[in-house]
Write a protein of this length. Structure first.
Length: 273
């Protein structure tokens, strides 16, 4: 494993441990002086004790679904939990996502077809999204002042035959081709978004979910469903107006700034929602 991979692994594990310890403290700590000043609903929530093993299981689920094989393997060992998926399966998804994050879309498509060729054969919108992203990367390489020939040929041979099949495909292709016309330093926000990392992340997420679905796994981490259910429940209760709730209910993941691990080596902190 390279030094950069080691650092990334430690970063993921540090955030996993931080969330586990923070949630455990939230569930077990509360002084009598502070409790007397808190809303009755908040005091009731604090009385509910969630086993740390359950918290760790949710964190392991996130590492598994999001595609962090090394962090998932090490955290499962530390937390004494059974791995949810084989490391090889997580590694295959991670490899494909990494290709997409780096803009190596052709490599990502080859890797995905090696893993399961039926995914792209049966999911035309996903296949189109990958091909469109590949076109974006070709256009990115051709500007400024480069050869736009490869991008034009790719659009004509790979996307052209597919675009007329749905209005959305055609609209997406036309918008992408506009990148060949306009100065990339002065693009409309909707066009500029195509060149930002967000599009790569969006496509990588779609591919990850498609693989999980094909393998009959959940497509989203359990913590996402928990947060969505919690938000829905709060909304329902507030609309009914039958329960006295605090004006604001935090998720409880803020912690103290001094305890919060910082992003290092250019990597973003772990996202949990």
């Amino acid at each position: 494993m390279s030094s950069s991979s080691d650092l990334l692994l430690e970063n993921h594990l540090r955030h996993a441990r931080y969330i586990s310890e923070l949630l455990d403290r939230k569930m077990t700590s509360s002084t009598s002086t502070t409790r007397s000043m808190k809303h009755a609903f908040t005091r009731h929530v604090e009385e509910v004790k969630t086993p740390k093993s359950d918290i760790n299981a949710v964190i392991l689920d996130y590492l598994t679904v999001a595609g962090y094989p090394n962090a998932a393997a090490k955290f499962s060992t530390e937390a004494n939990l059974t791995p949810q998926q084989p490391s090889s399966a997580i590694q295959a998804r991670q490899r494909i996502q990494t290709f997409i994050y780096k803009g190596e879309i052709e490599n990502a498509i080859h890797a995905l077809n090696d893993l399961d060729p039926s995914i792209l054969d049966e999911d035309e919108p996903l296949h189109f999204a990958l091909l469109r992203l590949q076109l974006v990367e070709l256009i990115r390489k051709s500007r400024p002042g480069g050869d736009i020939g490869p991008a034009l040929e790719f659009a004509q041979t790979q996307l052209g035959p597919k675009a007329p099949r749905t209005p959305q495909f055609l609209e997406d292709l036309e918008k992408t081709m506009s990148l060949l016309v306009f100065d990339h330093d002065n693009l409309d926000p909707s066009l500029a978004a195509l060149l930002r990392p967000g599009l790569r992340r969006e496509v990588a997420d779609k591919v990850n979910k498609a693989i999980l679905d094909r393998q009959q796994h959940r497509m989203d981490a359990a913590i996402r469903h928990l947060v969505q259910t919690r938000a829905w429940s709060e909304d329902v209760v507030r609309k009914e107006g039958k329960k006295d709730l605090p004006s604001r209910i935090d998720l409880g993941l803020d912690g103290d700034d001094s305890d919060r691990p910082s992003a290092e080596n250019g990597h973003e902190p772990m996202v949990t929602t």
